[in-house]
Design a binder for this molecule. Structure first.
Ligand code: NOJ
Ligand code: MG
Length: 579
């Protein structure tokens, strides 16, 4: 009988392994290439720097790295303004360097995902220049408009009140073409015209080009902005209504309800078309699965639609920005539990659908600064132990914090469009400073003397080398978590049981019969609370500490009484039932 059960478990285990594609329960790492590692001493990170550090990613245990844009760019928005979609940005290296990076990644078993920026190009892109000149092929590649002339004053004004996400009008006058063009981000980022089938095809070719180079997918930028409402399909762009409360500043993007510029049904169709493209690529080439991760800060229901609409599929990883927006340093246990369940309940079910958890990226203040350094491990523990895919922004594994950058030194276009008093709340520079590798000058980011953004002052005490050598560190905790994710109980995305113990304790279990029962305890408050784990999940008398926040009084491997578990404030702990 025992043998029989063991055999069955084996069969089930094998089936589970076979059913798992590489990206499922994946651990994704966002690299901001400009700040990751500079191989040639110019103070700017580059592809050879990424290649050099791939073994680090492997060692930590990531599945894949997604790189913020590496393409040729005048850097008005640090690579999100692309002047040539088919070339590597010279400061970052050459196509040969890119190919070497892919080769090395394949050798060590790391997937590479690139940023795909479909909504806009740089105004220095040949397509835009030709469009300005009225070249027949390119004249309708962008959204052009004569504007409206005031009948009494004769003054010409933009076609609508639409605003740029970076502040001020989304329309810019072009003297050569004698028309306005639409830019929903910086003036140097003209929006492509997705109502032109040639543009759709052009951008699909960009995808095919990089897929053929051996990447494993794309993170798709600014999805909600792809289409705008054109009421008569002939340039009738109506004004958007202002918000009814909050955001009185008429130049700020938040002042308008973006009913004509955001998340049109056509946008969703485009995402599904891109999914179909990646699936055809896989079929035609017998390749690995090429995945899509999508960036959409939008309403919850729409975010969920990015997965698919029941008939067609879309994104593999629609970034869970709902969680990111709703969970913060003041969250109570019930808030966390509600928000976890909200996503799990709403997302489509089926073997191709995985939840995802993300709290940091290059557009946000750093997690350790938002939640407080004392909660940095707790956040990593949560992201790594909830079911599904986890996404980590480079440096969050070390609990890197924001670096304050003075107004005079600020380079982020979004912050530069603000003013000396309020710029810091808009600035994305603080989370983009050089990665901290070791205690050598400039944190081992560069051998040069200058860096494009300042290195954090704490690099001598917060860096990879130190945290690798220390017996207990943010990085060591992170590595433990990554390894834990391989356990069958952590792989089963349908087994989460989660509860709030008011006000501050989140407790959840991951358990699959035949494997171990893991219980995760997060104390969001600042004071110690003693709990009986068995009041919540059956773990028996003793539990073993798998790992815990750096400030925990427990050590990894310690066996403790489940009935009197001391949940210290700001501490996250993973325990396993001792059989
Ligand atoms: C979202 C990107 O993450 C951000 O960095 C960029 O500024 C905008 N999209 C425009 O591309
Ligand atoms: Mg360099």
């Amino acid at each position: 009988m025992k043998l029989h059960i063991e055999f069955l478990t084996l069969v089930i285990a094998i089936t589970v392994v076979n059913a798992n594609d590489w990206w499922m329960n994946g651990n994704f790492y966002q690299i901001y290439p400009r700040s990751f590692r500079d191989s040639d001493g110019d103070g700017i990170g580059d592809l050879n720097g990424v290649t050099e550090k791939l073994p680090y990613l492997k060692e930590v245990g990531f599945t894949a790295a997604w790189l913020s844009p590496i393409f040729k760019s005048p850097m008005a928005d640090f690579g999100y303004d692309i002047s040539d979609f088919y070339q590597v940005h010279p400061e970052y290296g050459t196509m040969q360097d890119f190919e070497n990076m892919i080769k090395k990644a394949k050798e060590i078993g790391m997937k590479i995902i690139l940023d795909f920026v479909p909504n806009h190009t740089s105004d220095e892109n040949e397509w835009f220049k030709k469009s300005v000149d009225g070249d027949p092929k390119y004249k309708d590649y962008y959204i052009w408009h004569n504007g409206v002339v005031d009948p009494t004053t004769g003054e010409r004004k933009p076609p609508s009140n639409w605003l740029s996400a970076f502040r001020y009008s989304a329309w810019e006058w072009n003297d050569v073409r004698q028309q306005y063009y639409l830019h929903q981000f910086a003036i140097k980022q003209p929006d492509l015209n997705y109502r032109n089938p040639a543009v759709v095809e052009e951008m699909k070719n960009v995808m095919r080009f990089w897929l053929a180079k051996g990447i494993s997918g794309f993170r798709i930028d600014a999805c909600p902005f792809l289409f705008e409402v054109d009421l008569d399909r002939n340039g009738l762009y109506a004004d958007e209504p202002p918000v009814t409360s909050g955001c009185p500043d008429p130049d700020d993007y938040c002042h308008l309800q973006h009913i004509y510029t955001n998340n049109l049904p056509e946008t969703m169709d485009m995402i599904y078309q891109w999914r179909e493209l990646t699936e055809s690529f896989k079929k035609e080439n017998g390749s690995d699965t090429k995945i899509l991760l999508t960036e959409a800060y939008t309403d919850f229901d729409i975010m969920i639609k990015y997965y698919g609409d029941g008939k067609r599929k879309g994104s593999y990883v629609p970034f869970n920005f709902d969680f990111m927006g709703n969970v913060n340093k003041d969250s109570k246990a019930v808030d966390v539990v509600q928000n976890v369940n909200k996503w799990l309940n709403a997302m489509p079910k089926g073997k191709d659908f995985y939840p995802n958890w993300v709290l940091g990226n290059h557009d946000s203040k750093r997690v350790a600064s938002r939640f407080g350094v004392e909660k940095a491990d707790l956040v990593n523990i949560m992201l790594q132990t909830l079911p599904g895919n986890a996404v980590t922004y480079n440096g969050e594994e070390l609990a890197m914090t924001d670096v304050f950058i003075k107004w005079e030194d600020t380079v982020d276009p979004q912050a530069c469009n603000a003013n000396p008093t309020n710029f810091n709340s808009y600035s994305r520079d603080p989370a983009r400073t050089p990665f901290q590798w070791d205690a050598s000058p400039n944190a081992g980011f560069t051998e040069g003397t200058e860096t494009w953004l300042p290195v954090s002052e704490d690099y001598k005490v917060k860096n990879v080398m130190m945290q690798e050598r220390a017996p207990h560190s943010h990085l060591q905790i992170f590595k433990k978590l990554v390894r834990l994710r391989k356990e069958p109980s952590m792989q089963d995305i349908s087994n989460l049981q989660i509860k709030a113990v008011p006000d501050n304790i989140v407790i959840y279990s991951r358990y699959t019969p035949g494997s171990s029962r893991y219980v995760i305890i997060l104390n969001l408050g600042s004071t110690t609370q003693t709990i009986n784990i068995n009041d919540h999940f059956p773990v028996g008398q003793k539990v073993e500490i798998i790992t815990a926040s750096i400030s925990s009084d427990y050590s990894d491997g310690e066996v403790v009484d489940a009935a009197r578990f001391s949940a210290k404030g700001n501490v996250g702990t993973v325990v396993v039932a001792v059989q």
